[in-house]
Design a protein around this ligand. Structure first.
Ligand SMILES: Cc1cc2nc3c(=O)[nH]c(=O)nc-3n(C[C@H](O)[C@H](O)[C@H](O)COP(=O)(O)OP(=O)(O)OC[C@H]3O[C@@H](n4cnc5c(N)ncnc54)[C@H](O)[C@@H]3O)c2cc1C
Length: 410
């Protein structure tokens, strides 16, 4: 482990040998050992960790940033879509719904809640709720630690390796849930996946919307791109779609951050030039870039558009998703969509589960990520209890616990 007070022993420091950079082999110190390790603390990871812990497993959750919520909070994606179906019924329940119920009790936590509606949350309130729920559940947490490798024994995952200010450390686990959104851990473990491109944007918040006077703006010259209301008075969140690029390429990510930031700043300054809009200001750009889809697991089963159209029901359903605006009915996630084809002891949760491209834009919506995270957490806990690989869990047991924990399975 790195000791910040001591001069480092350089025996394991990378070497430049004949123009190539070589990392010496070394033994890693153990940071922790648990039954269920969840990597990534977004909507899927937080739901997974709480579910697994409530189902009786010892759980460790590791997140690369300093807060929970992933794109939902750090990405300022505040609008909750995808949990209602035609007719207005809400289908995403369970831990994600519990988060929203808790937000309702906090002043300024959530707006537009109610049957058939798509609510908007406050990011800080949600970060607070997630800390509260994680602590109540008794999950061990490491923040500021980046999952950089899987630990393999044969083709079985035995844990993951993390980089942090404490250096490179290992966590051993019976089952690992990859909730990184990008499949970082299942990819490192050699699981099959599809590498997709998608739009990469950057969300921002602008303020003083309650002080503008649109009647003073010249006709046809009102600023566009002023976003939608949030629970904070006079503050809107502004989505930015961005170009379709590779969200795993560090040069691209850097370029996106810098160009989006300039665009957002200039856009707000331009709006301020319009009479009546002088008091508008940029509250913040999201600390987390808006990467939508990158790696998607090739699972034992796949979420398919034809199944949505046919209203297909699966015996091994572990989650149910809805629509963005009540356009269609519910669709089901079979357990196999979380399970890699070959590698053992790792499950996917959230936006990187196995799904056709046509379904990816539904699968990745926040409530659906909470639902697949919830499912992965319970399945991992059942695997630990029954001492089997997640591939072999008895799905009816998982379904029973999910229902007891408030999930809706159709
Ligand atoms: C611009 C944009 C607009 C969107 N608009 C909407 C919308 O209006 N409504 C809606 O419902 N959804 C929307 N979405 C989709 C939704 O926000 C995401 O798909 C959802 O948050 C995904 O949840 P997740 O938990 O799977 O992944 P994420 O939210 O990406 O969370 C992954 C977490 O894992 C952490 N992590 C990643 N890699 C590592 C690692 N190697 N080690 C440790 N931690 C790691 C991340 O820091 C993050 O906290 C939008 C997405 C974007 C980008």
């Amino acid at each position: 482990m790195l000791d910040p007070h001591k001069v480092q022993d350089t025996q394991f420091t990378a070497r430049l040998v004949n123009g190539r950079v070589i990392q010496p082999q070394r033994e890693l110190p153990l940071l922790s050992q648990c039954e269920v390790l969840v990597v990534g603390g977004g909507p899927a990871g937080v739901s997974a960790a709480i579910a697994a812990r409530r189902a009786g497993a010892r759980v460790t959750l590791v997140e690369r940033y300093g807060h929970f919520g992933g794109l939902w909070t750090g990405g300022l994606v505040l609008l909750v879509l995808g949990h209602i179906v035609k007719g207005g019924k809400q289908v995403c329940m369970g831990i994600g719904e519990e988060m929203m119920q808790r937000l309702e009790k906090l002043p300024g936590g959530i707006i537009n809640r109610g049957p058939g509606k798509n609510p908007t949350v406050d990011a800080e309130a949600l970060k607070y709720v997630m800390v509260e729920m994680i602590e109540e559940a008794g999950v061990e947490v490491f923040l500021h630690a980046w999952g950089v490798d899987a630990i393999l024994e044969g083709n079985t995952v035995r844990g993951a390796v993390f980089e942090s200010k404490s250096g490179r450390q290992a966590i051993l686990a019976d089952v690992v849930i990859d909730a990184t959104g990008d499949g970082d851990i299942f990819a490192a473990a050699g699981a099959e996946f599809e590498h997709r491109t998608h739009n990469v944007g950057l969300v921002s918040r602008i303020g003083n919307l309650d002080r503008i006077d649109p009647s003073r703006a010249p006709a046809g010259n009102r600023p566009k791109r002023l976003g939608s209301p949030t629970p904070a008075p006079g503050v809107n969140w502004v989505n930015l779609i961005g170009p379709e690029v590779d969200g795993l390429d560090v040069r691209t990510l850097t370029r996106m951050e810098m160009s989006h930031r300039k665009f957002i700043w200039r856009n707000v300054q331009q709006a301020r030039q319009v009479p009546g809009y002088e008091s508008l200001y940029l509250v913040e750009t999201a600390p987390q870039l808006g990467v939508r889809i990158t790696r998607v697991l090739n699972g034992v089963a796949t979420v398919r558009y034809a199944d949505l159209k046919a209203g297909r029901r699966f015996d091994d359903v572990v989650a149910v998703g809805g629509s963005t605006d009540g356009q269609h009915g519910e669709w089901q996630v079979p357990y196999g969509a979380l399970v890699p084809k070959k590698v053992e002891n790792v499950l996917a949760a959230g936006r990187c589960i196995s799904a056709e491209m046509q379904m990816a834009d539904l699968v990745r919506l926040i409530p659906n990520c909470c639902a697949t995270g919830h499912a992965a957490g319970v399945a991992a806990a059942v695997a630990v209890k029954d001492r089997c690989s997640p591939r072999q869990v008895e799905v009816p047991k998982v379904q029973k616990i999910l229902r007891e924990q408030g999930a809706y399975l159709g």
